[in-house]
Write a protein that binds this ligand. Structure first.
Ligand code: AHG
Ligand code: MN
Ligand code: MN
Length: 325
């Protein structure tokens, strides 16, 4: 990261320190997860979170870990989390601390008790102005305003993957020495893949164009590498990471009764969209580039189609009714 910082004068030393602190969160959570079945961190807290979803113990632990690592760091003037209705503002850190961190502390929560992959997603924006303290509204920004974005993947190994606008770098945690080592430099996503990732259990809730696209992927056609294989882990970070490296497409579409879809714009879609675009891929709602979506609320949801540029373009043609086969 230090080398990268030297190469990217636009990204300050504080920004790289902030990224290292995200890595520290990853070390803590990875250690907890490696013993999850042996310590009392599985199951639910019995509460319902701001998203209206059951709060898992690990959601809360991951959220608290982000707060512990950042609230005394002096690095941020605001923190916003999927697990907190309201952001935490640090006027005492402003204006020295110009960064604001938005995060999904644990992604793939349905996987916590069955040892399946999990992740965390983060987005960094700069405080909107230098002459007043940040407010909640300053956190609600378009994806094009991010200065850093990425994710932690708790898989067979723990990875930190990020972009500061100069490509995508991937670091793998070496638990033996407790350090992240650069393992994936300047990641490039293939123009097309052979994998699609979507919850087919929602098929009957989708609009016609979405159904037609997923049906199209299943029809055999050697010229276009179809049928694609289905791969859906229940963890957005894990599914997108696979697609980032091997190509393909992930969809969480809007539904007839929930046109905005499930995933959150500011701390799921925007950061992953920037990472995938920086690797040469594409991310859209089906009709609009994710990074251009006008953000209006902190926990705003958005349909997400993300992955290889060729595959996402195909999906957009079907979604927009410009193609049916
Ligand atoms: P989170 O655990 O942060 O709520 O995110 C879960 C997301 C995403 O990780 C995953 O791809 C998707 O929700 C799974 O949703 P379904 O169970 O509805 O398929
Ligand atoms: Mn999530
Ligand atoms: Mn989450």
């Amino acid at each position: 990261m230090a080398q990268k910082q030297a190469a990217h004068p636009g990204a300050s030393k504080e920004l790289f320190t902030l990224l290292s602190q995200v890595g520290l969160v990853g070390k803590h959570i990875a250690q907890d997860l490696s013993r999850a079945g042996l310590i009392d961190i599985l199951g639910t807290t019995g509460e319902i979170n701001v998203q209206g979803e059951t709060l898992k113990k690990l959601d809360e632990i991951a959220n608290q870990t982000f707060l512990k690592v950042f609230d005394q760091s002096g690095l941020v003037c605001a923190l916003a989390s999927e697990e907190m209705e309201k952001p935490i503002l640090f006027p005492e850190n402003w204006p020295q601390a110009k960064y604001m961190l938005l995060f999904d502390p644990l992604d793939g929560s349905s996987n916590t008790d069955c040892n399946m992959p999990l992740g965390a997603i983060f987005s960094v924006v700069k405080s909107a102005s230098n002459d007043r303290m940040p407010t909640e509204d300053d956190l609600v920004r378009k994806g094009t305003e991010q200065v850093a974005a990425g994710y932690l993947l708790y898989g067979s190994s723990t990875m930190l993957v990020y972009t500061v606008g100069q490509g995508v770098q991937g670091f793998t945690l070496d638990p033996g020495i407790g350090e992240y080592l650069l393992s994936h430099q300047q990641v490039q996503i293939p123009v097309r893949g052979k994998v699609y990732s979507v919850n087919e259990g929602n098929y009957h809730k989708w609009a016609t164009g979405t159904k037609q696209y997923v049906d199209y992927l299943k029809i055999s056609d050697t010229a276009t590498g179809r049928p694609y294989s289905g791969r859906y882990s229940g963890c957005l970070v894990a599914d997108v990471h696979r697609i980032l490296l091997d190509g393909g497409i992930y969809l969480y579409p809007g539904e007839l009764t929930r046109p905005e879809g499930k995933l959150r714009l500011l701390y799921e879609a925007n950061p992953l969209a920037w990472v995938v675009e920086q690797a040469g891929g594409r991310a859209s709602t089906g009709t609009l580039r994710i990074l251009d979506v006008e953000a209006k609320q902190l926990h705003q949801r958005v349909p997400l189609i993300i992955g290889s540029a060729g595959d996402v373009r195909d999906a957009e043609e079907f979604t927009q009714g410009r193609r049916t086969t």
